[in-house]
Design a protein around this ligand. Structure first.
Ligand code: FAD
Length: 118
């Protein structure tokens, strides 16, 4: 069966939005348990990504650039960097990671801690 590029791109946009929002909500000073959770999550995310070809590429990027989980800034910066690796592979423009700022807002208002903290 032929792939459908439109659907694949839509899945990609939805996933990136979610992925970067997870990083933006990761604690600034995570516990060892939270670091371990994010690290495992990223590898499982890669392994289980529904587009098999994408998953394969992404796992190659991961082995070259292992996840940075020491803090929110490290995780967000790493995710931006690895998304840029995918952008480069697909011939897309580079995103300026200095503009990450409040770009990924979960809309959860004053719920400061984020889900990883509980
Ligand atoms: P997307 O790359 O989907 O980005 C969405 C929005 O995120 C952009 O409009 C911009 O506002 C913002 N953004 C862009 N770059 C960054 C960044 N570096 N950091 C933070 N925000 C940013 N497609 C394939 O054809 N082949 C693949 O092998 C492939 N692998 C993928 C692997 C993963 C893990 C994921 C999640 C997606 C993959 N995709 C792949 C899909 C592809 O990355 C795009 O999502 C899709 O092509 C749609 O691209 P887009 O131009 O709309 O922007």
């Amino acid at each position: 069966k032929l792939g459908n590029e439109t659907v694949k791109a839509e899945l990609g946009r939805a996933t990136w939005k979610y992925f970067h929002t997870v990083m933006a909500r990761f604690p600034e000073e995570p516990t060892e348990d939270q670091k371990e959770a994010l690290h495992s999550y990223i590898y499982l995310f890669a392994r289980l990504y529904p587009c098999g070809e994408c998953a394969e590429h992404f796992m190659q990027h991961l082995s070259k650039y292992p996840p940075q989980v020491s803090s929110r800034n490290a995780a967000s910066g790493w995710a931006c960097f690895i998304h840029n690796e995918v952008n480069a592979m697909l011939g897309k423009p580079e995103f300026d990671c200095a503009n990450l700022g409040e770009f990924y807002d979960c809309g959860c208002g004053g719920d400061e801690e984020g889900s990883a903290a509980s």
